[in-house]
Design a protein around this ligand. Structure first.
Ligand SMILES: O=C(O)c1cc(=O)[nH]c(=O)n1[C@@H]1O[C@H](COP(=O)(O)O)[C@@H](O)[C@H]1O
Length: 275
């Protein structure tokens, strides 16, 4: 099944716009696991099992695994999600961006080694750095557009004087992704929940693309404003929360607490959807 169909199915089945981000940080694990990178798989699998019926996607962040030489645990986690939550699409957050020949290797890593359904990418190096991912038909590719961090202003909010209408850089990325770059309908955009007005602007330029929206929870983004700005009947959104779910408790009840936190965020998102 392709990424778009999986996303639609999980969103409907779980009544959810919430994506739980898997950013395992061993120093924040509960007692018994704390500080032990060998427990990354166990920790993440427990979170997956506790939230699989509450989410429209999972988003493992590859750096949290690679930093601890825990790629083997990421592979096991991908298999675990496939076996225990087969209806939930997995977005590998890798933020790759490189020349075509190297991008081919990154695409192979994301889609063949890890079996991800979608990946996050930096569009900075242009279309030929994105194209190798589109060769994997049915897989999704989310381009960084208006990111959640304050430094996103440095480049994304610059005007492109050489282009008609002098769009901001993030507006230009949105236009390319909705139009000429979206050869097989695989592209989506990353926009931060911390900037709802920009989400609205991106949605106006890219009415039908799926938007991956991180920044609720630990970064303080407004979940309700995010839904109002981004969600359209034919334009899905995926709202990510990582730390606020993963570390809702550092006690033995961490998985139950993660479930409660996910239920709460899902409910806020659902309530805003029907308004
Ligand atoms: O691509 C992303 O997922 C991403 C883009 C962005 O603009 N901002 C952003 O925070 N992220 C990722 O989303 C997650 C946010 O984590 P929390 O702030 O703990 O919810 C992290 O994995 C970030 O790397």
């Amino acid at each position: 099944m392709n990424f778009t169909d999986m996303l639609r199915g999980a969103t409907a089945q779980n009544n959810s716009l919430l994506c739980v981000g898997l950013d395992p940080e061993p120093t924040r694990f509960p007692a018994g696991m704390q500080g032990d990178p060998r427990k990354i798989y166990d920790f993440c699998a427990a979170i997956v099992d506790a939230t699989a019926d509450l989410v429209c996607a999972f988003k493992p962040q590859i750096a949290y695994f690679a930093a601890h030489s825990a790629e083997d645990q990421l592979e096991r986690l991908m298999q675990h999600m496939r076996a225990n939550a087969p209806q939930v699409p997995v977005i590998l957050d890798a933020k790759r961006g490189d020349i075509g020949s190297t991008a081919e290797q990154y695409a192979k890593e994301a889609f063949e080694r890890y079996g991800a359904d979608a990946v996050t990418l930096s569009p900075f190096m242009g279309f030929d750095s994105i194209e190798p991912y589109l060769a994997y038909h049915g897989k999704g590719a989310f381009l960084l557009c208006r990111t959640s961090n304050p430094g996103g202003d440095d480049l994304q909010n610059q005007r492109l004087a050489s282009i008609e209408g002098q769009p901001l850089m993030y507006e230009h990325v949105a236009r390319l992704a909705q139009g000429p770059w979206n050869k097989n309908g695989q592209l989506g955009l990353v926009v931060g929940a911390t900037y709802p007005q920009e989400i609205e602007r991106v949605r106006a330029i890219a009415p039908t693309l799926p938007l991956l929206i991180p920044g609720v929870g630990a970064q303080g983004g407004d979940a309700a404003a995010t839904v109002r700005a981004g969600l359209r009947n034919d334009g899905p959104i995926i709202v990510n929360s990582s730390r606020a779910v993963l570390y809702a408790s550092q006690g033995a009840d961490f998985a139950a607490a993660a479930r409660t936190a996910a239920q709460h965020t899902r409910a806020v998102l659902e309530a805003s959807r029907s308004r």
